[in-house]
Design a protein around this ligand. Structure first.
Ligand code: BTN
Length: 245
């Protein structure tokens, strides 16, 4: 992809910035990175805790020539790329479908993918990746669910090197996806590192909260769950919790 990198000291959100650049025609592969986000965005309208100088906050502009229906895979390619990069540091990440990477069962990375498309055509996709790299500790309200590379490894890590490792892992995984490979590596990684497969989970639907057993991730990255009556359902995205409550 080449990855021209546009660096900011401070922006409201690298995803918002990347979407602006993408609308103006900026090339696929361009990365927007910021030291600090004043309005970092998480999924479901939540905010994303920014830790200036400590975290990686970046957004990658993509223009895949695939059906919009396949776009959900992009999040998983991102999660697989981050997990591979963390493995290269000697860590043992897990992937919480669809978009979190965990260390010691706590979140170290969140991904927010946003797409602009017409009926059967993707204009652009922005994949925003936030990784807690050198954050020494977290505020009390998130300390039980968030962690950083530094907390897990007991040492600080060079953010530029980790960012390069993520982008270098992303590229071949994305290429396989574009080529439509039957058994792509990113899905193998997402399945192998999944913390949900085999677990009883709960998730929100328009019919209220449901519980089921997560049994697999399908060929386009959807989570397959099985209900107690044996019927199966595929989830495209959403918030999933381990446990039956
Ligand atoms: C989530 O876990 O809810 C997703 C968090 C995504 C955070 C990243 S940080 C870089 C990019 N810019 C944003 O405003 N959000 C994403």
């Amino acid at each position: 992809l080449g990855h021209p990198i546009i660096h900011f000291r401070e922006v409201p959100s690298t995803n918002i910035e990347a979407r602006k650049y993408a609308r103006e025609g900026t090339a696929e592969g361009t990365v927007i990175v910021a030291e600090h986000q004043t309005a970092g965005r998480g999924r479901s309208g939540r905010s994303w805790f920014s830790s200036p100088e400590w975290a990686i906050q970046m957004s990658l502009i993509l223009r895949p020539k695939v059906s919009p229906a396949l776009a959900a895979s992009i999040t998983q390619i991102g999660a697989a790329a981050v997990a591979k990069a963390l493995e290269s540091l000697g860590l043992s990440p897990q992937i919480k479908w669809p978009n979190d990477v965990l260390l010691s069962e706590k979140k170290v990375c969140g991904i927010l993918t946003e797409m602009s498309c017409e009926l059967d055509h993707i204009n652009h996709i922005v994949i925003g990746i936030g990784i807690n790299v050198n954050t020494p500790h977290f505020p009390d309200d998130v300390a039980s669910v968030a962690t950083s590379v530094r907390i897990e490894k007991g040492e600080t890590w060079n953010r530029k090197k980790l960012m390069a490792a993520v982008l270098n892992s992303f590229e071949p995984l994305y290429k396989e996806f574009l080529e439509g490979k039957e058994h792509p590596e990113y899905l193998r990684i997402c399945r192998a590192l999944s913390n949900l497969i085999g677990q009883h989970i709960t998730y929100e639907t328009t019919k209220g909260r449901l519980s089921a057993k997560a049994i697999d991730i399908d060929n386009i990255g959807r989570l397959i769950v099985q209900h107690s009556d044996g019927s199966t359902e595929t989830l495209l995205s959403g918030e999933v919790h381990i446990g039956t409550q």
